[in-house]
Design a protein around this ligand. Structure first.
Ligand code: BGC
Length: 457
């Protein structure tokens, strides 16, 4: 066995069990109801000129100097899942002009972040002029640096006073949220903003369940509140900022995707201008996804780039009229250490882009792609999983220097060349029997280019 080949893992048994459950679940899920037609030709399509290439981050995760909020409280009291103090994160709040230049240097034409409600309105009814001046300048600079702002209105963080009134348990929060959202949309309307209402409703609910925590009744209430609020926000944004695209990005949930979609997506398909998907992990009988996810060791999961191909086709089949935007895709490393199998950030990036190109060749309508993330940041309780194209030692380097990873020149060249070249052979060989398309992948119809994959199963 070469150093690059995989070791036998006890996790396989758990994966197999999970997969059986998943197959039962996904068989009933509309997203995977009809068998995906296996790709017939090795054709890839170049990304069109003007394609939206972005980098994504969120305010709380990167800004630092953060006001009282649900998440500063979770971090302070080491809620479930929190291991590291938040500190000053990577100080995006003060370093944003330089970080925007890094994004511009990649050739990106979209910059995604969130406008943090807790910063804008730290006390009910009182807006902080300094916070507004910061966000005004941020939006102005994103545009001046040749990028289009993609602004998230809620990336899982709300002000402390909202926590005190019972968060989403309290119907008043829906009104307060919409009032703040209207103010933000009105302030940045007419500037080409792409709006995201709620980031990953399923993970939002899950994080609140674990960290706040909530019981089942509160969870169902929160789901209901997010659906209502998204639907109202969609109409509000169209009235205030006509023509601006609006969506709520779904977290792709592999074995439990049916449950993830039930958080909001299933009840919002008529209130989306594009399908926003965050794709990180796919599960198959070889990659131990479920076991590592349960242990919180996401960096150990073997990525499944080909899963993205099936996911794109499944969602496109479900909503054929809407274009798809990959709002987030990326790979974490264990505190910046290289993966044991040698799979690099560049490999990961190129392989995913390759499979998107395959999906486009099969007719999937792609609108944009964002890499998560520009820099490492606070991964909801820990600095250990590192997703950044630029790495930052948030806990140990007081200068918070941004150091480029191998992903920087790779993403730059992908953007400049509108994808990976024809004839590119993915580094990772497709896994066997994938949740993402059991029919195609268990029965050997997965596309297999004749050339050898560098990283074989
Ligand atoms: C979230 C991000 C998170 C990323 C990596 C997504 O679920 O939107 O906030 O950092 O995944 O785990």
């Amino acid at each position: 066995m070469s150093g690059r080949s995989r070791r036998a893992r006890p996790a396989h048994l758990l994966s197999a069990l999970t997969l059986s459950v998943a197959l039962a679940l996904t068989a009933a899920s509309p997203a995977t109801a009809s068998p995906a037609a296996p790709p017939t030709a090795p054709a890839t399509a170049k990304f069109p000129p003007g394609f939206m290439w972005g980098v994504a981050t969120s305010g709380f995760q990167s800004e630092g100097s953060f006001p009282d909020s649900n998440w500063t409280r979770y971090a302070d009291r080491k809620a479930s899942g929190v291991t590291d103090p938040y500190g000053n994160s990577v100080d995006f709040r003060n370093r944003y002009p330089g970080d925007l230049k890094l994004a511009q240097g990649l050739g990106a034409n979209v910059f995604r972040t969130s406008i943090e409600w807790a910063r804008v309105e730290p006390r009910r009814g009182q807006r902080d002029p300094e916070a507004l001046a910061y966000y005004d300048d941020l939006v102005r600079r994103i545009k001046a640096d040749g990028m289009r702002p993609m602004l998230t209105l809620d990336h899982w963080v709300y002000p402390g006073w909202v926590a005190d009134q019972g968060a989403w348990d309290n119907p008043r929060t829906q009104e307060d949220w919409l009032r703040n959202a209207r103010f933000i949309v009105d302030r940045y309307k007419g500037q080409g903003v792409v709006w995201i209402t709620f980031n990953e409703a399923s993970s939002y609910i899950y994080k609140e369940l674990a960290a706040r925590p909530m019981d089942l009744g509160q969870m169902l209430k929160m789901r209901d509140a997010l659906i209502r609020t998204h639907r109202a926000a969609y109409d509000m944004i169209h009235a205030v900022d006509p023509g601006a695209p609006v969506s709520s990005n779904v977290a792709y949930g592999s074995p439990v995707n049916g449950i993830f979609d039930a958080a909001l997506f299933n009840d919002a398909t008529d209130k989306l201008d594009f399908i926003g998907i965050d794709y990180y992990y796919g599960a198959n009988l070889q990659n131990g996804t479920a076991a590592y996810a349960l242990m919180g060791e996401f960096w150990k999961i073997d990525p499944e780039p080909e899963g993205l191909y099936y996911v794109l086709k499944n969602y496109q089949r479900r909503l054929p009229k809407l274009p798809i935007y990959i709002v987030e895709n990326g790979m974490s490393t264990d505190n910046g250490k290289p993966r044991q199998d040698g799979y690099t950030r560049s490999d990961h990036l190129r392989d995913h882009i390759y499979w998107i190109q395959r999906a486009m060749a099969d007719g999937v309508k792609m609108m944009g792609y964002n890499y998560w993330s520009l820099t490492d940041n606070y991964e909801w309780g820990s600095y250990r999983p590192r997703f950044g194209l630029y790495t930052v030692d948030a806990l140990t380097d007081p200068s918070l220097a941004r150091r480029p990873t191998d992903g920087v020149p790779t993403y730059r060249s992908i953007i400049a060349n509108r994808g990976v070249p024809a004839g590119y052979v993915p580094v990772r060989k497709p896994g066997w029997c994938s949740v993402e398309d059991p029919v195609a992948t268990c029965f050997g119809t997965t596309p297999t280019p004749p050339a050898a994959y560098r990283l074989a199963e």
